[in-house]
Design a protein around this ligand. Structure first.
Ligand code: ADP
Ligand code: MG
Length: 690
């Protein structure tokens, strides 16, 4: 019988097996392999930490200028001062006069000559041996010392079971070729090397994680990931989904044809192309899992509508889900406009509906009266059950949280039956990300804007020129055109954010008395929001003051000017999205980015890039290099959990290699992959599905 005991600090960090410890790799190293005399340590203006030793000859606590411990040591060559600003009584005792200590730290010029501030100190005999390898410094959480982790790792590296866990699993020939062409060590050797690099190791390469030993580990990790992505791919192909083939006779494609006929425009070449890809997916026996990518304004909605139409032509339901109420509502209005004339029942479901309306909506979804259902994530709540769901469209998919995305996955299918899934996003995903972050996802790209779009002219203007900007705005509105005025996101406080929006609204109302001005923000009830948006769309309101609630989806072609206040507070993606609201009609479009000083270097570069380009892919790449992939995708948890050792920017070339090897393994040695996955990803594979 085992007794239950509280987890140790190591276990709390997840370091609960020899393998976990072996994979807990150092973040940096300290060089304790060399020992200098005090004289040598003091001379020569070293920039790195040095190690020296001596006998304590003085130990005193000073109170001026603040409480601190001063210890003086000496050897045959010189004396050295050690200074501790925070210290424990035990440290004071450890360095009692007469004790021999070995110290390591940076030598700096203090008030009374050279000194070390907060060196690491060990009491040792003068002839205590020096370590032969560099000393690892591990990522640690509070309350756990390096000594404890080092000891545990060193012990783990000697566990017999580790040999098994780190055994090579690649077929011998393939392995040999890989190691030879990249000069990589074997896996176990690589791990040992990273924990205990020899004194003459290339520390730069170790720190930058470009050392062959690191490469070997990174490759192994990517290989596991690519295998699991490819496996997810084949699992999906074994699942069943309803087949929605393109009909050959007209009565069976009534809704698709009806929609195409009713559209006031012709599809662009790019839209035609992605619609063909999606149509092909829908006719398969297995569920579609496709991301439709297209810059803001590229016309994704109509493609989603066509997919829904195909599904409805076959007598199934389609659902469209959006992350915010405003966006969902826009879809609802648009879909109603397109589909109701064709006799389709379009239903609306959001969290803000009254209980009775909600029940009614749920009822018609459940009994199949509702053919097309639009809503927020209220759609995936358990109280909602679809009569015959054939397609789920998820707009701005990355803006849903990881948990919500897992919930969606659970809702779209069971062992018996899966519905098709179409995700949409205006945030372009760089190729390296698409290859590594998403489980088995097909990607379609709309790489062409509808005709007649004018490029947006972006201007960067100091906030001190606000009066001038308002003057320009007056001229603009006088021409019968409309405009947006966007107030900044204030992360700390929604109340403060609202307040600045209200202030700007009042100021603009006074400055522009001849025009109707509306205000929309997150605190409004959804009916109120809808009313303001409808009035803006109908040109009853000329200027719309808004917080970032209008970030996505809003579509008013006559509004071609946007002023963004405190643009320096917005991220790349946000401004790109916001700016995408203009440039939809035939008028010249302008976006004015107002900024307040002082401007950080990063903000300066951001504004400059945004002025120079409106290419979503360029902007996404910049964003990626700045913020890292997790945040960009809104997949922070899942992304981070997936790759521990790989940096997608630095190690992009490795991804392709891993992909090739994964393909070969699955084709020729499918039996080998299972164990590899288990040891590398363990429970983390769940995240791949989100
Ligand atoms: P997004 O991809 O950002 O979701 P939307 O689907 O909202 O873009 O489309 C933006 C605007 O372009 C809408 O007003 C839509 O009606 C219009 N649009 C879409 N496709 C075309 C097209 N082929 N020709 C002209 N206008 C189009
Ligand atoms: Mg959209």
């Amino acid at each position: 019988m085992t007794t239950k005991r509280p987890p140790t600090a190591l276990e709390k960090m997840g370091l609960n097996s020899p393998m976990a410890l072996a994979l807990h790799l150092p973040s940096r190293y300290e060089d304790e392999t060399e020992l200098f005399t005090i004289e040598d340590a003091l001379s020569g203006g070293r920039f790195a930490a040095v190690q020296t030793q001596g006998v304590v000859i003085r130990n005193q606590v000073l109170f001026r200028p603040r409480r601190q411990l001063l210890v003086t040591i000496e050897d045959d060559t010189a004396v050295l001062q050690l200074r501790f600003l925070n210290f424990y009584p035990s440290q004071q005792k450890q360095m009692a006069v007469g004790v021999h200590v070995r110290v390591r730290g940076d030598v700096r010029e203090g008030f009374q000559g050279p000194e070390m501030v907060h060196p690491t100190v060990r009491a040792v005999t003068p002839d205590a041996p020096l370590p032969r390898s560099l000393t690892p410094v591990y990522p640690a959480s509070a309350g756990i010392s390096q000594t404890i982790i080092r000891k545990a790792v060193a012990q783990a590296l000697h566990e017999p079971s580790l040999k098994e866990s780190l055994a090579e699993f690649l077929p011998a020939k393939l392995l040999e070729k890989l190691l030879f062409s990249h000069d990589w060590p074997k896996l176990q050797a690589a791990i040992t090397y990273l924990h205990q690099p020899p004194a003459d190791a290339d520390t730069q390469a170790l720190l930058e994680r470009t050392h062959p030993a690191w490469r070997r580990v990174q490759f192994e990790e990517l290989l596991a990931q690519q295998i699991s992505l490819k496996r997810a791919h084949s699992i999906r192909r074994q699942r069943r989904a309803p087949q929605f083939e393109k009909s050959k006779n007209e009565t069976e494609s009534k809704i698709v044809d009806g929609l195409l006929k009713a559209l006031p425009f012709k599809l662009t070449g790019a839209q035609e192309h992605v619609w063909t890809e999606i149509g092909r997916d829908l006719s398969n026996t297995f569920p579609m899992n496709r991301l439709l990518q297209g810059d803001v304004g590229s016309g994704k909605t109509v493609v989603a509508a066509l997919a829904a139409a195909r599904v409805m032509d076959h007598g199934f339901q389609a659902a469209v889900m959006a992350p915010t109420e405003i966006l969902a509502e826009q879809h609802y209005l648009k879909m109603k406009e397109w589909f109701e004339p064709l006799g389709i029942k379009v239903a609306w479901l959001s969290g803000s509906l009254k209980a009775k309306e909600k029940r009614l909506a749920q009822e018609i979804i459940e009994n199949g009266t509702a053919q097309l259902i639009i809503g927020t994530h209220a759609l995936i709540q358990e109280t909602v059950s679809f009569a015959k769901l054939g397609l789920a469209v998820i707009d701005e998919q990355h803006r849903f949280g990881v948990r919500q995305r897992l919930e969606i996955q659970q809702r779209v299918g069971s062992e018996l039956f899966y519905c098709h899934q179409l995700m949409m996003s205006a945030t372009p995903i760089p190729r390296t990300l698409a290859m590594t972050y998403y489980a088995d996802l097909d990607v379609s790209v709309i790489d062409e804007l509808p005709p007649g779009r004018k490029p947006i002219v972006t201007k960067v203007v100091k906030a001190t020129r606000r009066a001038e900007v308002i003057g320009g705005l007056r001229d603009w509105l006088s021409k019968g055109l409309q405009a947006y005025w966007v107030c900044p996101l204030i992360e700390e406080s929604e109340v403060l954010q609202l307040q600045t929006a209200v202030e700007s609204f009042e100021q603009l109302t006074v400055a522009l008395p001849d025009f109707k001005i509306g205000l929309v923000h997150g605190r409004l009830k959804s009916e109120e929001k809808a009313a303001v948006m409808a009035a803006f769309k109908a040109n009853e309101i000329q200027l719309l003051v808004a917080t970032t609630v209008i970030e996505v989806g809003v579509d008013v072609p006559n509004a071609a000017l946007m002023v963004i206040e405190h643009a320096e507070r917005f991220g790349y993606a946000q401004i790109h999205q916001l700016r995408g609201r203009v440039g939809r009609g035939s008028a010249d479009s302008v976006c004015i980015l107002m900024y307040a000083e002082p401007l950080s270097m990063a903000a300066k570069e951001r504004l400059q890039t945004l002025r120079e380009t409106s290419d979503g892919f360029v902007i996404a790449e910049r964003d990626l290099s700045l913020r890292g992939p997790g945040e960009l995708l809104g997949a922070k948890q899942s992304g981070d959990a997936m790759l521990r050792f790989v940096d997608l920017q630095r190690d992009a070339w490795l991804i392709e290699l891993a992909q090739q090897v994964a393909e070969r393994l699955l084709a020729d040695h499918a039996d080998l992959v299972e164990r590899h996955l288990e040891r590398w990803l363990g429970s983390r594979t769940e995240f791949l599905k989100a």
